[in-house]
Ligand binder design. Sequence first.
Ligand code: AMP
Ligand code: MN
Ligand code: MN
Ligand code: MN
Length: 287
Amino acid sequence: MPAQPDLHTHSAASDGVLEPAELVVRAVAAGVKLLALTDHDTTAGFAAAKTAAEGLGVELVPGVEISVTWGGRAVHILGLGIDPQCGALQQGLAGLRDYRRWRAEEIGRRLAKAGIEGAYRGAAALSRGDLVGRTHFARFLVGRGLAADVQGVFKRFLTKGNPGHVHGEWASLEEAVGWIRTAGGQAVIAHPGRYRFSRSKLIRLIAELKALGGVGIEVVSGRQGADEALMLARCAREHGLYASAGSDYHGPEYPALELGRLPPLPAGCVPIWSSWTPPESPRAIPA
Ligand code: AMP
Ligand code: MN
Ligand code: MN
Ligand code: MN
């Protein structure tokens, strides 16, 4: 039986563990027929993933997960179906990667002040070098024995109130949605439950996304309970948004999020992929 579409995955081009080609092969082996590669702030993995996907019976959707600052915290906006060649998008992403470079060095400096030397170099060595994220620091510190797992490092070192925390300054929502739309893609709010927003704040984010031309919300995501999917499905219906689904896969080290295991979208959602392969005419977003 084919697995559910998976429209949110990471490769080693950002903070995933697998190379883009390995990710595609693993997704295919798990029965995934519709897959989006959505690395943080880069599309560098897409070409290799595309080549790997040829002839394997999987449709590979070009995507990206853009880091945004909204409402005082980091919010992630997925761009699905983007043209990776789009200049405006690439310029925007390059700016975010410049910021990431500074932030990674700053995290390294702060950890050094807390007595942990060499963290920047260690984290960079676990990345391709051009995009060092907090996950790379987390893996490095786990290797140093400073925490049992990646989550433990985030909790003790990288989140607010801890020694390696740096307040992120990412793109505005308007910029991110603008780049995605200029690149011909659809803007989707990633893992809405992860922000722990109040209902009214989530509705404000949805309203702003829609006003800017965003069209979707991730209703099913990895690390999420069934109740949350139902709440988000209702939200998508009430606000006329397409529903997306994605594991947020980062590699085999997170078995809870293995590829091919996503539950289906709750009934009554309009799947975002229904807008891509129209049988006759595109299906309207419900009013
Ligand atoms: P960054 O974009 O570099 O700030 O890092 C964000 C990434 O860190 C997310 O995409 C997750 O992969 C990872 N992450 C964030 N919070 C946690 C957490 N509490 N436990 C494990 N991984 C996390
Ligand atoms: Mn990540
Ligand atoms: Mn994310
Ligand atoms: Mn992600």
